[in-house]
Ligand binder design. Structure first.
Ligand SMILES: Nc1ncnc2c1ncn2[C@@H]1O[C@H](COP(=O)(O)OP(=O)(O)OP(=O)(O)O)[C@@H](O)[C@H]1O
Length: 339
């Protein structure tokens, strides 16, 4: 009897091809689509794609409405984070509290052990690793997965290049149109940009003061939620200066603090809400403090759910609310949220 697997299908090429690959490896695939946000048109388009793939593969698929849970666990915290002057990472949050939790729970209901997604990452059941295709690697967003989930997860695209996934999908008549469609935006519930999302819930356009590190008013900004630490555009300084960067955001005063590149430099970072795959409490490794950035060597000391990180090279633009993810070469050791 073939082994069953639940595949998270988004209607995109990656998860469609994942389902195809797993079936060709002998799995009995059960597809599942989850509605996270309330954009029904978006869902209908995706579900139509999944229907096509399911028909082509002769598999069953399910649609789960998780809009209420998503609103509570991901969407509202995303809005609240910006209001609090942070730069949230909703995808890393969603992977833990929504996507994989719901996927595993659904698999449990069906009595199925394994689940799969079309993420570009690898796992050996104990750790997560970077994907072979470094330009598509999503391991950073997966640092927060519950450790006990890992033995049940398969990432079939971990050793694939996206280019080849597309090429192979194009050869399958029913996947061709899916392979040709435009790639989805980075955050599924953001249609245009995050500011438009925030505007539906809170006042975003509220000009305020730009101050230097001594609190002296030196310019004007559009509203603190427009900025993230390290940003150097979009605010106005009264006098011409050398380039200035956002150093801090003070939400209750609607102020941003700016300074020079040297002032932006950080050698120490604190992470909270840790999620560790490694049990050690003190170690040397590398840290990634944003998705699209290189890893920096560091020393880590863990006390409870807090990590004190000493960087061996300076970094610029450490934004509160973003994920700090520890790596040993390609292996993800864990991570936490920058405070
Ligand atoms: N709404 C959803 N329902 C079920 N699974 C999903 C959903 N959105 C994403 N996934 C799963 O998470 C994986 C990674 O999601 P991401 O949003 O990064 O998609 P992607 O890289 O654009 O992949 P795809 O081409 O499959 O859309 C997808 O490949 C899929 O397995």
């Amino acid at each position: 009897m073939s082994k069953k697997i639940v595949v998270a299908m988004s209607g995109g090429v990656d998860s469609s091809y994942t389902a195809n690959l797993l079936q060709s490896r002998g799995y009995e695939v059960i597809g599942v689509y989850m509605k996270f946000h309330p954009r029904e048109e978006y869902h209908q388009k995706n579900i139509a794609n999944i229907q096509k793939v399911a028909k082509h593969l002769g598999i069953e698929y399910h649609v789960l409405d998780r809009t209420k849970e998503f609103q509570e666990r991901v969407y509202q915290p995303f809005v609240d984070s910006y209001v609090a002057g942070l730069t949230p990472n909703p995808c890393a949050m969603c992977n833990r509290v929504m996507k994989f939790t719901e996927l595993i729970e659904f698999a449990d209901e069906l009595g199925v052990d394994n689940v799969a997604t079309g993420h570009y990452a690898k796992t050996d059941g104990q750790f997560i690793y970077e994907a072979t295709d470094k330009s598509k690697d999503q391991s950073y967003f997966l640092f927060n997965l519950k450790k006990e989930f890992l033995p049940r997860i398969i990432f079939p695209l971990g050793d694939w290049y996206k280019e080849n996934v597309k090429k192979e999908a194009m050869k399958i008549l029913l996947l061709k149109s899916i392979a040709e469609q435009k790639e989805s935006s980075e955050i599924c519930f953001v249609e245009t940009n995050y500011i438009d999302v925030l505007k539906e819930h809170t006042e975003v356009e509220m000009p305020g003061e730009v101050v230097d590190t001594h609190g002296k008013v030196i310019g004007e900004h559009k509203g603190y939620m427009h900025y993230t630490i390290g940003k150097r555009k979009g605010f106005r300084l009264f006098k011409a200066h050398q380039p200035h960067y956002v150093l801090d955001i003070i939400p209750h005063k609607n102020r941003i603090v700016v300074g020079t590149k040297e002032q932006l430099e950080k050698r120490q970072i604190v992470l909270r809400g840790l999620n560790m795959f490694l049990d050690q409490k003190e170690f040397d490794c590398y840290i990634k403090i944003r998705y699209r950035t290189h890893k920096v060597p560091c020393h880590v000391k863990i006390d409870g759910s807090v990590a004190s990180v000493t960087l061996k090279e300076p970094v610029y633009g450490v934004a509160k609310g973003q994920a700090g993810v520890f790596y040993d070469e390609e292996k993800v050791l864990g991570g936490g949220w920058i405070v």
